[in-house]
Design a protein around this ligand. Structure first.
Ligand code: ARG
Length: 582
């Protein structure tokens, strides 16, 4: 259950009833130091400020009412807490009761992987626009970040009962196609070559830009090819379809390895027929104006540069497509949130886009959210980009990770060989790549440092995966089936402080997951899982499971099973798998 929600609801009821304030806003937090309780709230302080009264007095009044309310309400706060008290300067601290904690533990064991799953989203729709690589170009590390973060965001929303539509808004239209088609025809003439690779398409593009400087005719010829494509010239159109097909099938290979899929694949080209209408509506509504033949949205009033939506040669842009996309998604899916997982470099662009969409009334009540992120840097701290010649091919990165993970595991566990080793290495390497991304502050640049990413001691996916594997191996050593341990566990035998620390960790999980949604910070989950792992290792080093009396051993195994479950669940929300051995 979500204890924070319960505390919040009950305090709100008291405030509404006793102080006649509806939807009073306050925070519930988990104090770092447990002497301040498991949860703490500033409700009394905020309320006292509003009423110009003494926070301690208000705090005591609230506690009194909470305790009285218990008799009538089906949810009884006093069953959860051994103590609720107010301390200077007016925080109300809540201390979870041992019996409640043990009940929750039983609940985790019964519910298995469902613990923390709620239906609070109530089926409302969230659109997540993520990954979105560009056709005829290799997927690069920026898209990798978007893919990892976006798919984890989708998992968290689904877990909380939302209907999630993950949309891969591929860059499959635009001026680059004129250039590539032109270069293609120079090389192969008018034949369809279906064994092209994305790498080759990308070099044609790079080559074009080199040669364009020397041969001034290039630009015009590329434009002519683009025009033909736009007018659906048969050959150019087929060629474009071929580029899309080949690129998408290469992207899909990467998605497969990353265990990512999408509900929709609507690339930019899908919106082509809707662009004219968007521009006309903007002009008719006097939101846009003509400026030297181009169409722009003046945004100076809002502290933003003007937003170009049609060029003077009548061409549409990335922005026009995004506006049409917003309109389409609104009409088709009516989402409550539109989330764009795109690099911070596009921050200004999204501000302009969201403002324009608001002015045009395209999205009405939807929340528009840009979930931005920093760059991925090489271990040397420099940008991994094609321009500097430091080509970061995603396959090279993935394969390097797998071979390093293999080395590491062979050292640690020489018995692991063959297919078992292969599959565990892939799980560990992909986990490490994802974790490296998700465990850091989204806005800072992320370094690709394999030594850190594969460190078994802390702060990495393998560290958490290893915790899971270690628990499972305790079961097999003792000869207990992990999956069937369930009944006849006497949890009342637990109560030592290191056991209670672990149970306290476990019951925090639902609240942590819920908190992710407010700022889309997935590192809340990674921080939590690392604490859980650390407390597990502490527990295990200081208490014996194998050598304790039978019933106590079983109770402790129950506790460890719950730890393993939550670990697996948490990693699942990050898109990270857990091997059975490593
Ligand atoms: N294809 C774009 C790029 O590589 C990202 C698209 C992001 N999504 C969007 N709706 N603009 O930069």
């Amino acid at each position: 259950m979500n204890i924070e929600n319960t505390i919040k609801d009950q305090i709100n009821q008291v405030i509404e009833k006793e102080y006649c304030l509806k939807d009073f806003k306050f925070q519930i937090e988990e104090p770092k130091d447990k002497i301040y309780g498991d949860y703490t709230t500033n409700a009394a302080m905020l309320l006292a400020k509003k009423r110009k009264s003494d926070p301690i007095k208000i705090g005591n009044e609230i506690i009194d009412k909470l305790n009285k309310a218990k008799k009538k309400k089906s949810v009884q706060l006093s069953e959860y807490f051994s103590k609720i008290r107010v301390v200077k300067p007016g925080f109300i601290n809540f201390y979870l009761a041992d019996d409640f904690l043990k009940n929750e533990l039983a609940h985790i064991l019964d519910n298995g992987d469902e613990y923390g799953r709620t239906n609070e989203g109530n089926g409302r729709t969230i659109v997540v626009d993520y990954s979105a690589p560009n056709i005829a170009k290799k997927m690069h590390v920026g898209h990798l970040r978007s893919t990892i973060i976006g798919s984890s965001i989708c998992r968290v929303y689904s877990f909380l009962g939302y209907r999630v539509i993950g949309d891969n808004h591929l860059g499959d239209w635009g001026t680059q196609f004129g250039k590539i088609i032109f270069m293609y025809k120079r090389k192969y003439g008018e034949v369809i070559k279906d064994d092209m690779t994305v790498g080759e398409m990308e070099s044609m593009y790079v080559d074009f830009h080199k040669k364009e400087k020397i041969d001034l005719g290039f630009a015009g010829k590329a434009r002519a090819e683009l025009k033909k494509l736009q007018n659906k010239d048969k050959f150019n159109y087929r060629l474009w379809q071929l580029f899309c097909k080949i690129s998408i099938s290469e992207f899909k290979k990467i998605y497969k390895v990353l265990d990512v899929d999408f509900d929709l694949w609507r690339g930019e080209s899908f919106y082509n027929d809707m662009l004219q209408e968007v521009v006309e509506a903007a002009l008719n509504g006097r939101i846009a104006k003509r400026s030297e033949g181009a169409v722009v949205i003046p945004l100076k009033k809002y502290g933003l540069p003007d937003f170009l939506i049609q060029k003077s040669d009548e061409a549409f842009l990335y922005s026009t497509t995004d506006l049409a996309t917003i309109k389409y998604r609104h009409e088709k899916y009516n989402p409550i949130k539109n989330i764009y997982v795109v690099a911070s470099q596009q921050e200004l662009y999204f501000k302009q886009l969201f403002k324009t969409s608001e002015l045009l009334g395209l999205s009405s009540n939807e929340e528009m959210i840009h979930v931005k992120f920093g760059l991925i840097l090489g271990a040397n701290g420099r940008k991994m980009s094609t321009r500097e010649g430091e080509v970061a091919d995603l396959w090279d990165i993935i394969n390097e990770g797998i071979s390093k993970a293999k080395k590491l595991m062979t050292k640690k566990n020489p018995d692991l060989t063959g297919d078992g080793l292969e599959s565990a290495a892939a799980i560990v390497a992909i986990g490490a790549i994802k974790y490296n991304d998700l465990s850091q502050n989204r806005l800072t640049d992320v370094k690709f440092d394999w030594d850190k990413m594969l460190a078994l001691e802390s702060g990495s996916a393998p560290y958490l995966q290893y915790t899971y594997v270690r628990i499972k191996s305790i079961f097999s050593r003792i000869g207990f089936e992990f999956d069937s341990l369930q009944k006849n566990i006497d949890l009342s035998l637990l109560g030592r402080s290191n056991e209670m620390i672990l149970i306290r960790d476990l019951v925090r999980f639902p609240g942590i997951v819920k908190r992710v949604l407010s700022e889309h910070r997935l590192n809340l989950i990674t921080i939590y899982l690392e604490e859980l792992a650390k407390d597990f290792h502490n527990f295990y080093e200081n208490s014996s499971v194998l050598r304790s009396e039978k019933n106590l051993a079983v109770a402790r195994l129950g506790l460890l099973k719950a730890v393993a479950r939550i670990m697996k669940n948490g990693l699942f929300l990050l898109g990270i798998d857990t091997p059975d051995r490593m």
